[in-house]
Ligand binder design. Structure first.
Ligand code: IMP
Length: 202
């Protein structure tokens, strides 16, 4: 095979290895499909950082990334998601994981019974660390509303009760490709991928 001199060292030709610290294959699959288009080889690492209690997913992701990066020098991201329901004063926010395991999506619908304002938003915060420290933060937001009932079988978590703005369907009634065109996580992932590509092009 003809190989250009130094080809392996050319950043444009080799893929960039990036680890996602998470145990969630759902998140991994969604972020990976964005990264693929940017020649970024996303791998999952089942490592957990310190989890702090705060409403802000960015603060949660920052602290987790800070603690993981102390023992992980290679490029790494931590992603944290929160669901903010306006008429519930933002609840469950970054506590979405606990609430998913306790009340579940059906419990959120119960809490909203009789309420007019069903608007809500998903926030996805991604924190990038390298060489033991945080270098950059990315946030993606999906605005929308909570549905009246559980609908759809795709996606995960609160997808069956979240209808993104401009759609009649819940995320769980969309394919992953459709969700990835508009979701909070695809927004944070795309700006991350563009930032990595920009750095590599320097
Ligand atoms: P985590 O703390 O970032 O792992 O996410 C909190 C919880 O939110 C998870 O347990 C999921 O149930 C839910 N979740 C995370 N991302 C999404 C999403 O894209 N759609 C719906 N639910 C999600």
């Amino acid at each position: 095979m003809n190989r250009l001199k130094g080809e392996g060292d050319m950043p444009g030709l080799t893929s960039f290895i990036l680890h996602l610290a998470s145990s969630s294959m759902n998140k991994y699959d969604e972020i990976r499909s964005i990264m693929e288009g940017h020649n970024i080889d996303l791998r999952i690492a089942n490592i957990k950082g310190e989890e702090i209690q705060t409403f802000s997913v960015l603060k949660v992701a920052e602290r987790a990334a800070e603690t993981i990066a102390q023992n992980f020098q290679s490029p790494l991201i931590v992603e944290d998601t929160g669901l903010y329901v306006h008429s519930l004063y933002g609840f469950p926010a970054s506590y979405a994981s606990f609430v998913y395991g306790t009340l579940g999506p059906g419990g959120i619908l119960k809490l909203l019974e009789g309420r007019e304002d069903m608007t809500a938003e998903f926030h996805s915060a991604i924190v990038y660390a390298e060489g033991g420290k945080i270098l950059k933060r990315f946030v993606g937001i999906s605005e929308g509303k909570i549905s009246k009932e559980i609908r759809g079988s795709q996606g995960f978590g609160f997808d069956p009760i979240f209808i993104p703005e401009g759609s009649e369907r819940t995320f769980a009634e969309m394919t992953r490709t459709e969700k990835n065109l508009i979701s909070h996580r695809s927004k944070s992932s795309k700006i991350l991928a563009e930032w990595i590509s920009g750095r590599r092009a320097l």
